[in-house]
Write a protein that binds this ligand. Structure first.
Ligand SMILES: [Zn+2]
Length: 159
């Protein structure tokens, strides 16, 4: 048996395979009942209706079973809502390496930030970018294009 927290933290996001759910900030807690050995995992989806969440739940249970914790429950909490602020520094660096523009930190106070000001081309770093489509390669990403180097790139949708 290994540490259930470690096993869960290593699960990768099925949409953005370079980043773990821990680095993405959607993993809230992992608690093991010392009496029964039952593990309760709490996660917060990146946004409501993200189809990847079903895959993530299944992957968490599989990782825990492989680590010797077959009795596991995955709970989903929606409050407080996930925000891109929860992506770790390491997670942001990995996104940039993968050519995915890391979202800018969300505005304090709940205001809506025009993302066009924040999206930089992951290849050349130019802020001259435009959204081509709200739908990128997966439901959680939008397709953007750089006006400086003309390269298209995926941008993780921010809330
Ligand atoms: Zn560019």
């Amino acid at each position: 048996m290994s540490d259930p927290r470690e096993a869960v933290a290593a699960v990768v996001d099925p949409e953005i395979r370079v980043i773990t759910i821990d680095e993405l900030g959607i993993l809230r807690s992992v608690d093991e009942d010392p009496a029964t050995g039952r593990v309760v995992v709490t996660i917060t989806p990146t946004y409501t209706g993200c189809p990847a969440m079903d895959v993530i739940r299944a992957d968490i249970r599989r990782a825990l079973a492989a680590a010797g914790h077959p009795d596991a429950e995955v709970r989903t909490v929606y409050a407080p809502a996930w925000s891109t602020d929860w992506i770790s520094e390491r997670g942001r660096a990995k996104l940039a390496d993968a050519g995915i523009a890391p979202p800018a930190p969300a505005a304090r106070g709940g205001g809506v930030v025009p993302l066009t000001l924040a999206v930089r081309c992951p290849r050349c770093g130019s802020p001259e970018t435009e959204q081509v489509s709200r739908f990128g390669s997966t439901a959680c990403k939008a397709l953007w294009r750089c006006r400086s180097c003309s390269e298209p790139f995926d941008h993780l949708k921010a809330l």
